[in-house]
Write a protein that binds this ligand. Sequence first.
Ligand code: 3HC
Length: 296
Amino acid sequence: MTTEPRDFTTIGVIGLGTMGAGIAEVFARNGFDVIGVERDEDGMTRGRGHVENSTGRAVARGKMSEGDQRELLGRIRFTTEMADLEEADLVVEAVVESLEVKKAIFRALDDIVAPSAVLATNTSSLPVTEIATANSRPGRVVGIHFFNPAPVQNLVEIVRTVVTEPAVLADVEGLVGRLGKNPVVCGDRAGFIANTLLFGYLNHAVAMYEAKYASREDIDAAMRFGCGYPMGPLALLDLIGLDTAYEILETMYRQGRDRLHAPAPILKQMVTAGLLGRKTGRGFYTYEKPDSPVVV
Ligand code: 3HC
């Protein structure tokens, strides 16, 4: 007997940083009602700003009308109250990569969302199983891993645990298809498919730069023009955020002990010095003045 895939209508997104705001935008672009939760007013204003900027760029390029932008923004309800998620049939958590913070959120969701709701984490490297078991319905929890920038990248990794219900997995695959994105399914291992493959390469590029083997521009140019990548590895690290990249590498290295994932020392030093990439204006490149050299 085959059952119809579930029709989701209201999506909760917890955490409206770069990824969370992008995820909220993706759902709103596709006609879903979105409840975007941040922990305070400042976070809420920043989250709304992310979506306004991103959709504003589409308006400026003639890809979206101002009316459509208004409607899209009108579909996102910004709030600081987790309790407002009671209407959500899917909740996507996209807060900082901290196991404790994520587990606390999944514990709290127990008393808020309907038993039929599906719960998802956008973690890129933490154990989905541990996050799922903080909730009393781990069978209804999956990983839904978007890529940065979420409105542009067409891949979503769906992470199943040993207790994920097959119907939940099928419903989420159907939903990702409705977003116009390609779902891929994998098990619960740090890095999943794409980051496991990508971050060994990114880390190697950092080590090459650290050893002064080649300039940052030449390392990036080699991969863009020689291999057709849309961005070189060092520019991509600046987009991802060096703190995020470091955390992902650390977690993968702890779990797999693959030397490829042992973070290059300079990465940690840059994070300590606050050179986090685009979000702080400086990483491997400087963003206020793109041509000025980076002193590291
Ligand atoms: N938010 C929303 N839209 C954006 C955007 C953003 N931050 N940045 C670019 N765009 C849109 C533009 O509006 C434009 O849309 P259009 O085609 O409809 O007009 C389109 O993307 C192309 O943008 P640009 O012409 O300005 O620039 P590029 O053609 O150079 O593309 C890029 C920019 C999309 C970032 C491209 O360089 C790219 O795909 N880079 C690789 C990104 C990547 O590998 N991401 C994965 C990182 S790993 C990850 O996220 C996993 C996580 O766990 C860390």
